[in-house]
Design a protein around this ligand. Structure first.
Ligand SMILES: [Mn+2]
Length: 317
């Protein structure tokens, strides 16, 4: 079974007031190419599709275009869940209609545990989707007073799945949460006020692969089977050292997964000062923008130059 795991697109996000839509469209074209070339059984987008609950219209157009290319043109099923930046209701619009075209959108949590099933030559793999929700929302949906935190919500979800999941069948859970042991960065919005919102990795112990969103650095957290695909682009200067990627996952007959990180090549560079100067001299035709991380420098976007201060803050536009 082959599938692609990506997350945290944050369509419509700006970088210090500059639009990133062109960059996002550029990287999403690479995703479409990777998907066409690798022909996965399914593509998973694990939350934070948009950067905010009411995204700019250009961001909606970009999602529409990308999904048409994946679902209609490449004929690939796609699973989407809401992240903490998305509006569950808005994302879920048309979900029941879209299922007939194999676009599966999970905006709001359900009071039932739902799954999707895809097959390879070794049999079925069951995909469980748990969109982001506040613990209070989960408590109300499931009528379970024990749910007081993200940890208890995920534990309750795993217990419900375990009760109905047939033994010996491979499984993937799609979620949007902060697993203890994961590395945070500044472009993520905390999941709970006054607490960490952490979930322990053992909540996912029964699944062959956990396809998660929320943390913007690609990584595993707490277990080899718990994966964050990371964000589409570097959304803060603190991410200059990250290599952003899509996870191309191969699952064997026993549910063991091999993950190949397929790198994203953005239009804009966000790199340390010295690296950026090297790139200036070795610039490639598609590298139109340069973002300089540290030291007093300049950021070029199109024909517009902006000066940046020592700490990466814009001091003149
Ligand atoms: Mn995010």
């Amino acid at each position: 079974m082959r599938f692609i795991h990506t997350a945290d697109w944050h369509l419509g996000r700006t970088f210090h007031h500059a639009s990133l839509l062109e960059d996002q469209a550029h990287v999403l074209q690479q995703l479409v190419q990777v998907a066409r070339a690798s022909q996965p059984e399914v593509v998973i987008i694990a939350g934070d599709i948009y950067d905010r609950a009411v995204p700019p219209t250009e961001a909606v157009d970009l999602l529409d275009q990308t999904l048409c290319e994946l679902v209609l043109e490449a004929n690939l099923p796609v699973i989407i869940i809401a992240g903490n930046h998305d509006s569950p209701q808005r994302l879920q619009f048309g979900a029941r209609l879209l299922e007939s075209r194999r676009l599966y959108v999970f905006g709001r949590p359900s009071d039932q545990v739902r799954f999707l099933q895809f097959y390879d030559e070794d049999g079925p793999v069951m995909f469980y989707a748990m969109p982001y929700a506040e613990p209070a929302v989960m408590r109300a949906y499931w009528g379970d007073d024990q749910i007081t935190s993200h940890q208890t919500a995920y534990r309750a979800y795993a217990a419900r799945v375990t009760r109905q999941h047939p033994a010996g069948i491979r499984s993937v859970v799609v979620g949007h949460c902060f697993v203890a042991g994961g590395e945070e960065c500044e472009s993520e919005r905390p999941l709970s006020v006054g607490g960490t919102g952490e979930v322990s990795a053992d909540c996912f112990a029964g699944f062959s692969y956990a396809a998660l969103g929320h943390l913007h650095r690609p990584q595993t957290a707490g277990s080899d089977a718990v994966h964050y695909a990371g964000s589409l682009l570097k959304y803060s200067f603190a991410e200059a050292g990250h290599t952003k990627s899509f996870n191309l996952v191969e699952m064997d007959a026993a549910g063991r997964c091999t993950v190949d990180a397929s790198p994203c090549w953005p239009v804009a560079m966000c790199a340390p000062w010295k690296v950026t100067w090297m790139l200036c001299f070795a610039s490639r035709p598609n590298r139109k923008h340069l973002v300089i991380l540290c030291g007093c420098g300049y950021w070029m976007k199109g024909h517009c130059w902006m000066r940046w201060g020592d700490c990466g803050r814009c001091i003149q536009t």
